[in-house]
Design a protein around this ligand. Structure first.
Ligand code: 5AD
Ligand code: SF4
Length: 458
């Protein structure tokens, strides 16, 4: 028998990459690998890259650079670079990172054992084909009992057919394909059977999910209903939504389906309709706000987050001021904000939208956005203080071993002292919120766990 090989994976990027890492581990496990605890005891190191901004792209190259010494010391170690930069750059990445043995795109994950075998030829190579949409087969998750956490990700879609002018994703992840609903439901049920209590459905644009053929075309609303009915699933979330395709029916699910949690990540990108038009987003500020208001009317305690890009080509002071006023108007719970980063082969370049906002102006705008938002986030978190909320307990807090952590329905993280003699992990626990920090809440356990779930065996 061959000795066990060990793999270490370092991940960058979004929820799709998180999901992909778990699939890599499963594929490699079947090929005789087990997880290494550090790069030092790994036979195979995988860096899973992100191409969304120039900075993200640099991260993978710096990480590879840091491994140069290790590769010199242990030439038998394989270094593979996966993810979106590998997909987009292929051979060019291989030239820039001399320590890499091969690169592979997100669609090549099932082929990893074959790629490792191919390496035995001793030649470096880039494996980057995006699989033809017609042939696309989703790789089913195959979780093992020890792997499953309280929360799980389940992919419902690959790729993206939008053409947001700034975005590289349609090139790195290819055309949009929706995963058959039966596969999604079965995968959710597999995770739940192994102990998951919350599932997040992931895709680049979940609202354009189309694999059911409902008469009104709102397949995503129907998928929420189907998944929401999986026995034992307590909480259902989804990311990422596109405002253009976010329907009233999906908003109504917040009210109608008990497992759909009151949390919505609806990336707006900019507050000015003129900027949005140049971004080719397909909605105006007013249309966006109408959808948000409708969702809030369905679910008054909805927690909201968004993505913001500042310094998009041509963004004037007046346009930027509309982004700030939008933040005040909406009062998001949380935002993710970025300065515009020009990406190769994106529509913005073809539309001759030059990266013309000076870097110092971009940085100043980013700071302004973050300063305004910090106060709003704080205010939003403070609304919970004094209330008892239902926390799905995920495990030990990262800050202190005597504390547990989990999330409120709106996705707010709560840390609270572990009540002696109670194992609350995987359960809904009532917690009285006692204080609001900058991004998280502190609370105190407030009674017997409300939902004692039967242990479901695999
Ligand atoms: N520059 C800056 N931010 C970007 N994003 C996507 N592409 C770019 C880019 N070229 C941001 C968007 C998106 C999030 C995932 O990353 O806000 O919603
Ligand atoms: Fe995710 Fe996009 Fe980054 Fe790829 S480029 S890892 S899809 S955010």
């Amino acid at each position: 028998m061959e000795p066990t090989k060990r793999v270490y994976i370092q991940n960058f990027g979004c929820q799709m990459n998180d999901y992909d890492v778990d699939r890599m581990i499963e594929v490699l496990r079947k090929d005789g690998f087990e997880a290494a605890t550090s790069v030092e005891d790994a036979d195979l190191i995988v860096l899973n890259s992100c191409a969304i901004r120039e900075k993200s792209e640099h991260k993978v190259q710096s990480a590879a650079g840091r491994l140069r010494e290790l590769k010199a010391r242990r030439p038998g170690v394989t270094l593979a670079i996966g993810g979106c930069v590998a997909q987009q750059e292929g051979d060019r990445l291989l030239r820039r990172v001399p320590t890499a043995d091969f690169t592979f795109g997100p669609d090549q994950i099932p082929a990893l054992p074959a790629l490792l075998a191919k390496m035995r030829d001793g030649r470096r190579f880039a494996a980057t084909g995006v699989i033809d949409v017609e042939d696309y087969q989703f790789l089913d998750a195959d979780p093992q009992p020890g792997d499953v956490k309280v929360t799980a990700l389940v992919t419902i879609q690959k790729g993206c057919d939008n053409h947001c002018a700034y975005c590289v994703v349609p090139q790195t992840r290819g055309r949009e394909v929706s995963r058959p609903a039966g596969e999604v439901v079965a995968e959710v049920a597999r995770f739940v059977a192994l102990g998951a209590r919350e599932v997040t459905l992931v895709g680049q644009n979940v609202n354009s999910y189309h694999a059911i053929g409902t008469p009104d075309g709102d397949d995503f609303a129907e998928l929420l209903r189907l998944v929401g009915a999986v026995p034992g699933l307590l909480r259902l979330r989804y990311i990422t939504s596109h405002p253009k395709d976010f329907t009233h029916k999906v908003a109504e699910a917040f009210r109608q389906l008990p497992s759909v949690m009151p949390f919505l990540h609806l990336p707006v990108q900019a507050g000015s309709s003129r900027t949005l038009k140049r971004m080719v987003r397909g909605y105006t500020r007013e249309e966006y706000l109408e959808k948000l208001d409708y969702a809030r009317a369905q679910c008054p305690d909805l927690s909201l987050s968004t993505d913001i890009i500042v310094g998009y080509p041509g963004e004037t002071d007046a346009e930027f001021a509309e982004t700030l006023s939008l933040l005040e108007r909406v009062e998001y719970d949380n935002i993710y904000s970025f300065t515009y980063s020009e990406r190769p082969d994106t529509p913005a370049l073809k539309l001759l939208q030059r990266d013309d906002v000076p870097a110092d102006v971009k940085d100043a705008r980013l700071l302004q956005v973050q300063t305004v938002q910090r106060q709003i986030t704080q205010r939003r978190l403070e609304r919970f203080v004094g209330r008892v909320g239902e926390v799905l307990v995920e495990g030990e807090s990262r800050h202190a071993s005597h504390q547990l952590c989990g999330r409120l329905p709106g996705n707010e993280m709560v840390n609270f002292d572990r009540p002696p003699g109670l194992d609350l992990v995987g359960q809904l626990a009532p917690v009285r919120i006692t204080a609001a920090g900058t991004y998280t809440l502190t609370g105190a356990y407030a009674g017997a766990a409300r939902t004692r779930l039967p242990v479901v065996s695999a």
